[in-house]
Ligand binder design. Structure first.
Ligand code: CA2
Length: 151
């Protein structure tokens, strides 16, 4: 069975395609998930695509991804933590503690937006950071995660 890449999405990303298409595009999260599965399949990997509005659930999922990565049964995680990116020491600690390889992903270019989006608590714990590619960033991030995991 193909190893999974975790793609973890945080708060409000379930609203994609419903509101604010000028910032986040018109695709729904379901469609983005389908694009991720296609990108993973093309690379020989499964994709475990999830979304939650709850910080602690993201912490639990990062621990799960870290355990799976340590056991050699997962590749790592693409993480769009949404607004928790800018607030959450808990997510920083979870990534470090779990030892999971994380690609921090944002649909929008957070550095071209409000100042409060310029700081990330996740970036220092992440293997790489991507922002501003729109929803095409998801398959690109999967590609990048697989590339860095291969060494
Ligand atoms: O650009 C990104 O991917 C963000 O992580 C999206 C977050 C935002 O807080 C980050 O600063 C950057 C917000 C996701 C909310 O998505 C919505 C989509 C449609 C309607 C309302 C919210």
């Amino acid at each position: 069975m193909a190893k999974p890449v975790y793609v973890l999405n945080g708060p409000n990303l379930n609203m994609l395609g419903v509101r604010e298409p000028s910032i986040y595009g018109g695709k729904s999260l379901r469609e983005i998930g389908e694009d991720c599965v296609a990108a993973g399949t093309a690379l020989g990997f499964a994709v475990d695509f999830r979304q939650t509005n709850h910080e602690g659930v993201l912490v639990d999922w990062l621990h799960e991804a870290g355990r799976a990565q340590a056991a050699g049964t997962a590749v790592g995680a693409v993480l769009n933590a949404g607004a928790y990116t800018h607030t959450s020491v808990a997510l920083h600690d979870a990534i470090k503690g779990a030892g999971v390889t994380v690609i921090e992903l944002h649909i929008s270019n957070v550095h071209a937006r409000e100042a409060f989006r310029h700081h990330s608590f996740i970036a220092p714990a992440a293997r790489a950071v991507m922002a501003g590619f729109g929803v095409q960033g998801y398959p690109l991030a999967i590609d990048g995660l697989v590339a860095v995991a291969a060494g």
